[in-house]
Design a protein. Sequence first.
Length: 287
Amino acid sequence: MTLSNSFFTLVAKLTPLFLLSGQVYANQPLNSESSAPTAPAATTALTESAAAQLSSTDAATAEDEYATQANVELIVFQRLFDQDSLNQKFPELNSVIPLADAVLPSADQLQARALAANEMQLNDIFTKFQQHEAYIPFYHQAWTQALGAQSAAFPIRIQSDPAAIPAIDGRLLIWQDEKIELNFNLAFSYNTRADAQEQQQAFGSLAQETATVPDIDAINTEDNTEEKNNRTQRHTIQYQSQSSYSDNQMMYFDHPLFGILVLISSADGKPLKGVNSENNGENSGMQ
């Protein structure tokens, strides 16, 4: 087939236009924003949601490293000093401690399940107090409770036999933020005897002995069977204290009239937050 001269003439006229169009396209500036493919809005939202979930998971994993259930054990004892000379330092309770929302530990209480005697770790300590004539141990209780932030904390009712003296009644708040915190608000009731000489001796002994945990291994063998003056007076004072729990061995709250021993241990096998790691473990505590 032979092409006509008019075809070649047409091609010759169009060729410069093809070249010019190619040159113009080649000289166009590159626009990375317009040339890059744009992700659909739904895909972007899913990516951001996944990142947020990952961050939340990391935070939850960090929190899951620490115990969320704890065993708490308390011993409360009275010091056998004659307290009349000291009572002026501790005004009588003149306000009501809020107890309506406090949870009393019991075997069927989910928020504070009372532990059986064979589950307690301070039985030997309590027995030693009973054998020592300088102290009256009158409250020993242990329970399992949740460990959470302060905003979720609930008060535990600390109540000994109300018909007996000495007696304790009040509330304990325990929560876990950076550390485990304990907040006591208690009413302590006790009787005093009128014996000026004994008061003076007790006051001198008190100044030396209340700074440290009582030495309950040193059994007092002094004969105190002689009948004392039977005149008694009932007192009820308020005790408030807050402190961080940092050592899983045992914590001691000191007061000139009474003392509180506290042992907190993990109930779920995870370490307690803010507690010395060398003393931290599922079965740690006083031996």
